[in-house]
Design a protein around this ligand. Sequence first.
Ligand code: TRP
Length: 378
Amino acid sequence: MDNILIDPNIKSENDYKRLVEIFGVKELNDNIINLLYDIVGDLHVLIRRRFFYAHRDFDILLNEYNNGKKFFLYTGRAPSKSKMHIGHLIPFIFTKWLQDKFDVNLYIQIPDEEKYWEKKADNYSEIKEYAIEDAKTIASVGFNPDKTFIFINSEYIDHLYKPAIYIAREINLNTAKNVFGFDDESTIGLPFYIALQIVPTFFENGVPLIPCGVDQDPYFRLQRDIAPKFGYNKASTILSKFVWGLQGPYTKMSASDPKSAIFIDDDYDTIKEKINKYAFSGGKPTLEEHRKYGGNPDIDVSYFWLSVLFEEDDKKLFEIREKYIQGELTTGELKSYTIEKIWSFIKEIQDRRKNININKYMYDGKLAKEMWDWEFEL
Ligand code: TRP
């Protein structure tokens, strides 16, 4: 598929810019980032480095927040036949930061039907197992259990289906096709799934703020068309770029290819081996040439990962960059540094996961029920 709308096959920073235009979203500019800083007194590395780079109405949300308007967080992850890698965690890491700063409720959807209906997995019981494993991994990011509500769609029918009845009626097949590009082979589950991903944006009366990959924006574009009809708020989104896989710039970190991805449950030796063996390097082939001509950080996967998330210190990152360009820092040294950084991050999540009580996070629907019983009727 070469339709960027449907399959944003990003090959350069320019493609991200094009996506902004095609989707009709806005870039996160300095004004908005300053506004955020003024409110919370801090900026997460994923925002500072512009990995989250675009948005819908985030400026409006912040201004209204200053005037006392409420918002809540919503994000999700569709389980499939493979486990989570570090790229999958990015929206959750940023979402946790937002929850810490604003102390708001967060809803996390685990749509166990999505990939099955997409035929990205053949075995539904396997997906169900991953759904609960993923929920544990996500909870281990460290969310506030009192304000975080995780739900697996197929186990949550009562609270999803009723609103979906109303939402599904407002989206016709032609619109769905234009936005998602279904073809004759698509299963009939997929157009209906759109309604299921929209439902949680109506779990509370405030504005839903959704940190997610830019590819998820189409769902929320449709949500914005229909929300006013129900007397609810249009969704605000904060959209991220995609991470690079180990193979190089703009390659995918693919859960089905262990050579491309670092999984959350990889141990130290596995991470070390993967990075040393597979992480594409911007260094020169021989030490001699490297010292003489220097390396290129902008195509280097280890440097990419440090710059996106794992080196929070701007000064330190700049130093690494300069030393690499000068040839003072070798590929081996850069990789060792990156391995330690990634490992200390992953270890923290693994340690938390060992003791996680997932029941503390699972959503019983109380909050939403209060809303719908009296408010959702058209
Ligand atoms: N469709 C998302 C995926 O493929 C999962 C998801 C469900 C989601 N609800 C969401 C993502 C809300 C972001 C925001 O993984």
